[in-house]
Design a protein around this ligand. Structure first.
Ligand code: 5AD
Ligand code: SF4
Length: 451
């Protein structure tokens, strides 16, 4: 068993919630081997990068960040000859052996399927001072079998599937996360109960495509069963990310009317409002079908906040295609839209499609969409003014330590002045009622009713 007594490490995490969760596991694993997490690179003898490769910007950022720590001295008293630099996650999985060639001072490369091997690779690298690269095609363990160090005691990620079988033509994820695998329902339910017993107030079910859960085990999606089982744990707030429109069943939609702890917010990536582009993306639904789902959702619960992902500038996107996306966004009225400019990823089918739309045209489309998204968010938030919302308190606001910040059930940020004589530490992790007085595009503000 590798031993890393008192070795200090810091984590850099990029990308999606799955990566954030992997980082919690990595922290848990390293600490279980005696290492100690620190906040800054100056204090760290080991730097671990948990990387994302979904868009080119993530690659560029990683290269810059790794290069920038090169000349920072080791903390005083360290017995190492140099700081150990480890790269894991999606770029580690994708590039493997090629990484030390691109970044000479990298010591350890691991993938998405073998985070439990990090202490062994580190120990070998420390002993031999050479590069240690190990990237597996397939994992034998689920990361949930590994220790975890939760970033917040009140909130937990709970992976139910890993990997993706969808092969949207622009997306690298199926290549770096592998095929979809579902965990056993009983294990998920047991984890949920254990988290609740440990004081967790909010559970977010995780998977690249959560709502196709169970297809590999039962031949059909059983995501509704997962929602019911986790809801029964009694957790106060239940969320999930990310779901695919083609797998959103009537049964799941109906649960928004019956499960009290299923929070009234749904992230349902649409990617484009043009059927032609959706087909080229291999999304396997039409705009009409997507709108039917939204309508069904709003019939079950008109108060559900909707969010989505949109890619602007997919190869061959015409002005007409973009206009269809713009119209769809306007029509749905999202609370939040994550907008991305298409980024070709080597090895994906879209990377070899003809892409001749000028950069300025794509940027103009992107900017006009961003303006619309902001207007929509502002409008959507107005419905909360005058209402009492329960807010899970996360801490003091970054700008003012007399103001608390947290999230509403709809997943909107809420700020409120800290009540007289109340210490923020007594409120963190608690759910408090807040009366909303003002609504902006990206947050609500009001007063705490009863702390
Ligand atoms: N270029 C731009 N955006 C992408 N996404 C995935 N792949 C790409 C790409 N190659 C976006 C999708 C997805 C979100 C997580 O990232 O919108 O839903
Ligand atoms: Fe990528 Fe599509 Fe899978 Fe989402 S569903 S991870 S966009 S391939």
């Amino acid at each position: 068993m590798p031993n890393l007594p008192h070795k200090t490490f810091c984590l850099y995490t990029y990308g999606c919630q799955m990566n954030e969760h992997d980082s919690e596991r990595i922290a848990g694993i390293l600490e279980s081997h005696g290492a100690v997490q620190v906040d800054t690179i100056e204090e760290a003898e080991i730097a671990v990068f948990v990387t994302c490769c979904i868009r080119e910007a993530a690659d560029v950022r990683l290269m810059g960040q790794v290069a920038s720590i090169k000349n920072i001295p080791l903390p005083e008293g360290s017995t190492l000859a140099k700081r150990m630099v480890c790269i894991g996650g999606c770029i580690g999985q994708r590039d493997g052996d090629a990484l030390p060639g691109k970044l000479a001072h990298v010591d350890v490369v691991f993938g998405t399927q073998n985070i439990e091997r990090l202490p062994y690779l580190l120990e070998a690298a420390m002993a031999e001072g050479g590069h240690h690269v190990e990237v597996l095609e397939k994992s034998t363990t689920f990361s949930t079998d590994l220790p975890s160090k939760r970033e917040h005691p009140w909130a937990a990620w709970l992976p139910i599937t890993v990997g993706c079988n969808n092969f949207c033509t622009y997306c690298i994820v199926p290549y770096v996360r592998g095929r979809e695998r579902s965990r056993a329902l009983e294990d998920i339910a047991a984890d949920a109960r254990a988290l609740v017993a440990d004081g967790v107030k909010e559970i977010t079910l995780l998977g690249q495509n959560v709502n196709s859960y169970g297809r590999d085990l039962y031949g059909e999606p059983r995501f509704a069963d997962v929602l019911r089982a986790v809801s029964e744990s009694g957790v106060e707030r239940l969320r999930f990310a990310t779901s695919h429109p083609k797998d959103l069943t009537r049964e799941v939609i109906d649960l928004y009317g019956t499960l009290d702890n299923l929070m009234p917010s749904l992230h349902l990536p649409v990617q484009s409002g043009s059927n032609r582009i959706l087909k080229a993306m291999n999304r396997r639904y039409t705009v009409e079908r997507y709108l039917e789902l939204i309508e069904a959702m709003r019939e079950v619960n008109p108060d559900v906040s909707l969010s989505t992902d949109i890619i602007v500038g997919f190869p061959g996107e015409t002005e007409e295609d973009f206009q269809a996306t713009y119209d769809l966004v306007k029509r749905v009225g999202y609370s939040q839209v994550f907008t991305f400019i298409y980024s070709p990823r080597e090895g994906t089918p879209a990377a070899s499609m003809v892409d001749d739309t000028p950069r300025e045209v794509i940027q103009r489309r992107f900017d006009s969409l961003v303006d619309l998204v902001q207007e929509n968010a502002f409008e959507q938030n107005q419905r909360f003014v005058g209402r009492e919302l329960s807010v899970l308190v996360e801490g003091a606001s970054k700008r003012d330590d007399h103001v608390l910040t947290g999230h509403s059930p709809h997943n909107v940020t809420v700020h409120a002045p800290l009540p007289e004589g109340v210490d923020i530490d007594d409120l963190v992790g608690r759910i408090v009622p807040v009366r909303i007085d003002h609504a902006r595009a990206w947050y609500l503000s009001g007063g705490v009713l009863d702390a």
